[in-house]
Design a protein around this ligand. Structure first.
Ligand SMILES: *Cc1c(COP(=O)(O)O)cnc(C)c1O
Length: 239
């Protein structure tokens, strides 16, 4: 193995162990939790190695970086998740490679995604990004719909051709009542997911937890964790 492949294999094994331990501690089966490796800022060559090591889900947060990377890796059996704030002028490009958009947070974005998905003949999975630091009806610092806006946005996605409502996503807030309280934040997301599934039973994905707090997310009931740094290393710049 190359040095980089060794390094990634070692990091993946450690993350896998953390997920397995967290599942065991929570009394959950390991296969209830899917690892998504966040490859932002890292090259397509790393994505290729991760695929060889058995990774099946990768995530990116900037279309400019993600589009060429996804094109370079089009031969690999990977699901691509888009997890960044998404401008409507990037939607056409993102719909070209993303299987799931985890950052759906406003009706204008839903309309644009639906239009482009239909044009491309694709079905795009959508997670509503929930801002737990937003006011009752506002939006979060880093995007996201306030809890009070979930129901309306979910109905819109569910009724939009080309889109599939898959569930909810959140990033642990840095401000507001949940700052520094990841476990409580993820438990709140689970409660919101329970509410959502009353009207949309198939929307059962709960994406929460990153390198620093994946254990809290698994304990709360997350179905998907998004891990970057712990697999690929500390990013050279914020991304
Ligand atoms: C970068 C990023 C992650 C991964 O964060 P790490 O701390 O590197 O594990 C997860 N989710 C989103 C939305 C991100 O932008």
């Amino acid at each position: 193995m190359t040095d980089r492949k060794d390094e990634l294999a070692g990091n993946l094994a450690k993350v896998e162990q953390r997920i397995a331990d967290a599942c065991a501690a929570a009394g959950r089966a390991r296969d209830e939790v899917t690892l998504i490796v966040v490859t932002k800022t890292y090259p397509a060559s790393d994505v290729r190695i991760l695929s060889e090591l058995g990774v099946r889900h990768v995530a990116e947060n900037r279309d400019q970086d993600a589009a060429p990377k996804a094109a370079a890796c089009a031969d690999l059996p990977l699901a691509w998740h888009f997890v960044g704030q998404l401008q409507t002028n990037k939607v056409r490009s993102v719909v070209g490679y993303a299987d799931v958009v985890q950052s759906v947070d406003r009706s204008r974005l839903v309309t644009a995604l639906s239009k482009e998905a239909v044009k491309a003949g694709r079905e795009i999975g959508c997670l509503l990004q929930v801002a737990l630091d937003a006011g009752v009806s506002g939006r979060g610092e880093r995007g996201g719909v306030a809890p009070g806006g979930i129901e309306e946005l979910a109905d819109l996605v569910a009724g939009s051709p080309g889109l599939r409502l898959d569930g909810l996503m959140t990033v642990a807030p840095l401000t507001g009542e949940y700052a520094g309280r990841q476990r409580a934040a993820f438990e709140r997301l689970m409660d919101l997911s329970t509410d959502l599934r009353r009207a949309h039973p198939a929307a059962n994905m709960v994406s929460a937890g990153m390198s620093a707090d994946l254990e809290d997310a698994v304990a709360a009931g997350a179905t998907h964790v998004r891990v970057g740094t712990a697999v690929l290393g500390v990013r050279p710049r914020l991304g």
